[in-house]
Design a protein around this ligand. Sequence first.
Ligand SMILES: NC(=O)c1ccc[n+]([C@@H]2O[C@H](COP(=O)([O-])OP(=O)(O)OC[C@H]3O[C@@H](n4cnc5c(N)ncnc54)[C@H](O)[C@@H]3O)[C@@H](O)[C@H]2O)c1
Ligand SMILES: O=c1ccn([C@@H]2O[C@H](COP(=O)(O)OP(=O)(O)O[C@H]3O[C@H](CO)[C@H](O)[C@H](O)[C@H]3O)[C@@H](O)[C@H]2O)c(=O)[nH]1
Length: 323
Amino acid sequence: MNIRNVLVIGGAGYIGSHQVKKLNEKGYHVIVYDNLSTGYRDLVTVGTLEEGDLADKDRLREVFSKYDIDAVMHFAAFIEVGESVKNPAKYYRNNVINVINLLDVMLEYKIKNFIFSSTAAVYGQAENMPIKESKIKQPINPYGKSKLMIEEILKDYDKAYGLKYTSFRYFNASGADESGIIGEKHNPETHLIPLILQTALGEREQIYIFGTDYNTKDGTCIRDFIHVNDIAEAHIKGLERLFKGEESESFNLGSGKGYSVKEIIDKTKEVTNIDFKVKEAERRKGDPAVLIADFSKAKQILGWEPKYNLEKIINTAWNWHKK
Ligand SMILES: NC(=O)c1ccc[n+]([C@@H]2O[C@H](COP(=O)([O-])OP(=O)(O)OC[C@H]3O[C@@H](n4cnc5c(N)ncnc54)[C@H](O)[C@@H]3O)[C@@H](O)[C@H]2O)c1
Ligand SMILES: O=c1ccn([C@@H]2O[C@H](COP(=O)(O)OP(=O)(O)O[C@H]3O[C@H](CO)[C@H](O)[C@H](O)[C@H]3O)[C@@H](O)[C@H]2O)c(=O)[nH]1
C-alpha cells in the first residue's frame, strides 16, 4: 500500500507535535505546516516542517502543490480563553477566518479528509455530567464560539462540497510523551498541571487555586484530564475511519473522570514527592465549575478509550518538565 501523506497544521505545538510523532510511528508520512507563533521547531521531531501562516493562501498552495496530501489534521489556533474575551478579533481571525482559508485551498486541491481540534469549551456551562456530544452548545467565550463556528461551517461544507471531517472536542489535554523529548510548552503557560509542576520545580513561588467556593465536593473546580497520546491515538482512529469513506462525526475526548483542582495539587505533591506553597485566590472569569466528558460515542464508533490515568498523566508531564 502507498504511504499516505498527512499534513499537520500546527504540528509544532503541544498537541500537534505528539500527533506528528504518533503518525510517524503508525507509518504515515508527515508534513507540518506551522508559523511557529506559539510552536517550537524542536518539538517537530519527525517529518518535514514547512513554515507558513494560514493567512497566506499562496504559501498554502505551494505546500499543497509540493506534496500529494491525503488528509489534513488541523491543530493551529489561539487557545487562551481569557485572552479571547479581551481580544476576540485575534481569535476570530485565526480560529475562524484562517481555517476558512485552509478549507478553500484544500477544496481547490480536492482534498476532502479533515480532522479538527475542537474543545469542551463549545458546551459552555453544563448542568448534567458527564457531557454527551448531543448536549446543546452554548459557549460562553469567544474561544469556544470560534471553535463552534468551525464545527458549523464543516457541516455545511460537507453537505455542499463533500468535505469529510472528524471533530474532536478535547477536555483538559495534559501529560507528555513517554520519551521525554516532547511535552507541553506554552508561553505564557496558563494550564493547571504544568503550572503546578513549575511550582514544584521552584520556578514559581506558589500555585494559586482559582476559586474555593464552587458548588463541588471541596469547593474547587472539577476537570477531566486526558493524556495527549490518548488524544493522538483517537485521531489515528478518526483518520482511518475517514480513509474508509465513513461519514463526518464529532467526538468528545476525555477520561470520563473528574478531579478537583485540590486533588490535582495533592496528586502532584505525591508523584513528585515535593511539597510546595498553595494559595487560595479569586475565581478566574469564565471557568465552568465542572467539566466531565462522556466518551461512550468514541468508544462505540472508534473503538477508542483512554489508557493513561491521572497518575500517569502527571508522571509523564513531570518527566518532561524536569528536563
Ligand atoms: N491544550 C488544551 O488543553 C486544548 C484543549 C482543547 C482543545 N485544544 C485545541 O488543540 C489545538 C492545539 O492546542 P495546543 O495546546 O497544542 O496549542 P499550541 O499553541 O501549543 O499549538 C498551536 C500551534 O499552531 C501554530 N499556529 C497558530 N496559528 C497559526 C497560523 N495562523 N498559521 C500557522 N500555524 C499557526 C502555532 O505556532 C503552534 O505551533 C488547538 O486548536 C486548541 O484549540 C487544546
Ligand atoms: O494556576 C491555576 C491555573 C488553573 N487553575 C484552575 O484549574 C482548572 C483547569 O484550568 P486550565 O487552565 O488548566 O484548563 P481549562 O479547563 O480552563 O481549559 C481547558 O479546557 C477548555 C475547555 O473548557 C479549553 O479547551 C482550554 O484550551 C483547555 O486548556 C480551572 O478550574 C482553573 O481555574 C487554577 O486553579 N490555578
